[in-house]
Design a protein around this ligand. Structure first.
Ligand SMILES: O=P(O)(O)OC[C@H]1O[C@H](OP(=O)(O)OP(=O)(O)O)[C@H](O)[C@@H]1O
Ligand SMILES: O=c1cc[nH]c(=O)[nH]1
Ligand SMILES: [Mg+2]
Length: 232
């Protein structure tokens, strides 16, 4: 992993060609929903593995069939709470739990309104209790203005104080990282790649488009739903 010297505690995996190869597939506009989701799962799995290198393990004595030796057992890895931000963090979380298989999971919804306010609507929050020995991982592939993650972290403050708070994303814009680090200086941020900037609509450039739509397809406008039924 590569430290981003513009902030404390911000890392990317730009030094891993395998991860950048998968991210390149996600960025390519012709990549379809299925391949996009599979790529997010793959990034989650391997970024999860990279994260274990930053975790504490316990040393312990083990008996091989031949003699006693010293080994390692999971410590932080056994105390993880992953929070997924609907919609598009779901495949990323699916990948993370392939490596962090004993993680507890919380789900929150957050939908971002249009520029310039980017108001965040959060009406679904189901998060298990946070323990002080926990490593809290909040995952959301896109860190654009940062308002989604700042809103989520504000909500989580009432759930307890963990040992570490880690944000895992896929791409981030400097504007969003700056906003998050200003509000939450101690949070650690790990992303696959740091992008250049945001456009006026709050999309990341060069980016990968609207991640939720890329993964699950463009949602119909809710007001249309009733008519959809009598289209049959
Ligand atoms: O850093 P921000 O400026 O808050 O933008 C990032 C958020 O925007 C997108 O969510 P969106 O609201 O589009 O929902 P979706 O994931 O369901 O598409 C994306 O999935 C992030 O959650
Ligand atoms: O580029 C962006 C920014 C926010 N949300 C997305 O899905 N994509
Ligand atoms: Mg979206």
């Amino acid at each position: 992993m590569k430290k981003d010297t513009r902030w404390e505690g911000v890392y990317s995996f730009e030094d891993s060609p395998f991860l950048i190869e998968t991210l390149s597939e996600l960025r390519e506009q012709n990549t379809d929903n299925i391949a996009f989701r599979k790529g997010l799962v793959r990034l989650g799995r391997y970024m999860g593995y990279e994260l274990t290198k930053t975790m504490d393990f316990d040393e312990l004595e083990i008996e091989t069939p031949l003699e006693t030796t010293i080994g390692l057992a999971g410590k932080d890895r056994k105390n993880i709470l992953i929070i997924s931000v609907l919609r598009v963090a779901i495949p990323l979380m699916e990948g993370l739990i392939k490596t962090l298989e004993s993680a507890r999971v919380g789900i929150v919804s957050a939908s971002r309104g249009p520029a310039p306010d980017f108001d965040i609507k959060m009406d679904y929050i189901k998060v298990p209790k946070l323990k002080e020995e926990d490593t809290l991982i909040i995952c959301d592939p896109m860190i654009a203005t940062g308002s989604t993650l700042i809103s989520v972290m504000k909500e989580l403050e009432s759930c307890g104080m963990p040992k570490r708070i880690i944000i895992v994303g896929v791409i981030g814009a400097p504007e969003g990282i700056e906003a998050i680090k200003k509000e939450y200086p101690n949070v650690e941020i790990y992303i696959t790649q740091m992008d250049r900037e945001l456009n006026k609509k709050g999309y990341i450039l060069p980016g990968l488009g609207d991640a939720g739509d890329r993964a699950f397809g463009e949602p119909v406008k809710v007001s249309l739903l009733p008519q959809m039924h009598n289209l049959e």
